[in-house]
Design a protein around this ligand. Structure first.
Ligand SMILES: NC(=O)c1ccc[n+]([C@@H]2O[C@H](COP(=O)([O-])OP(=O)(O)OC[C@H]3O[C@@H](n4cnc5c(N)ncnc54)[C@H](O)[C@@H]3O)[C@@H](O)[C@H]2O)c1
Length: 248
């Protein structure tokens, strides 16, 4: 399939979990993909397995200088970046707000929130020059509502911030044909979620109308669509994909 033919994408946090599923889906749809992550071994192996249209770049999304290297690598390997998927994120400690360590709060915000800002800042000049672009920022249902069982205030605050920053950029750059959308998954079966819930969809799944966790590829289907020209009139929108959890 060629729904992303001609697109050059950066996907952060692509060594495992949802990011790796997005990278595979993008390659399947004809995109050229730069995978980035802190985890070099898995990211490098995945990029190699995806073939000549994928490369891996070691990258901490909270590092501004690192973003310049990623964009330079993308342009050198494939050409101007047309899609950015800001996927990398961490949960941080499970903690009540009164007990939340300030350094842990700052770390979650640096990766989940500042990392998204730095990524958009890094790719926007090239998208403006090209006259098109699609930015997909991965938030969470924790960026829509406060739910029982959220790990901590920093995670929720950072995911709400992603939703707001996405709308702001969509409004700012709509007249340049640059779209920005946020994606808000519920429970998805990834290493992050398995570590956080210590189960695989059993008890927690009872709060979900579809009675199960999502598989990563189900989120990839939405991310591919938003990245593609099929979504050409969709911008500034929040896309909840949670098996009905926030409707219940
Ligand atoms: N799993 C879920 O149920 C769920 C639900 C809602 C939202 N999300 C969000 O989806 C995104 C992906 O989650 P996942 O479940 O696949 O997580 P995961 O932990 O399985 O994978 C995250 C990847 O990001 C990388 N990463 C972490 N910090 C980084 C940094 N500073 N720079 C670059 N890479 C970094 C990790 O090495 C890892 O490969 C996250 O933003 C997460 O908050 C997940």
């Amino acid at each position: 399939m060629d729904r992303l033919k001609g697109k050059i994408a950066i996907i952060t946090g692509a060594s495992q979990g949802m990011g790796s599923a997005h990278a595979k889906a993008f390659i399947d749809e004809g995109a050229k993909v730069v995978l980035t992550d802190l985890n070099v071994a898995d990211g490098d192996a995945l990029a190699k397995s995806l073939g000549e249209h994928a490369i891996f770049v070691e990258h901490d999304v909270s590092d501004a200088a690192g973003w310049r290297r990623v964009v330079d690598a993308a342009e050198a390997a494939f050409g101007p970046v047309s899609v950015l998927v800001n996927n990398a994120g961490i949960i941080g400690p499970v903690s009540m707000s009164a007990d939340l360590d300030e350094a842990a709060y700052a770390r979650v915000c640096a990766i989940n929130q500042t990392g998204v800002f730095l990524g958009m800042k890094a790719v926007l000049p090239g998208m403006i020059a090209a006259g098109n672009g699609s930015i997909v920022n991965i938030s969470s249902i924790s960026g829509i509502v406060a739910i029982v069982g959220s790990p901590n205030l920093a995670y929720v605050g950072s995911k709400f911030a992603v939703r707001g920053m996405t709308k702001h950029v969509a409004v700012e750059y709509g007249d340049r044909n640059i779209r920005a959308n946020s994606v808000h998954p519920g429970y998805v079966r990834t290493p992050m979620m398995v570590a956080a819930t210590d189960e695989d969809g059993g008890g927690a799944a009872m709060a979900i109308p579809l009675r199960r966790f999502a598989e990563s590829v189900e989120i990839s289907n939405l991310v591919v669509f938003l990245a593609s020209d099929e979504a050409s009139f969709i911008t500034g929108a929040e896309h909840v994909i949670d098996g009905g959890m926030t409707a219940a």
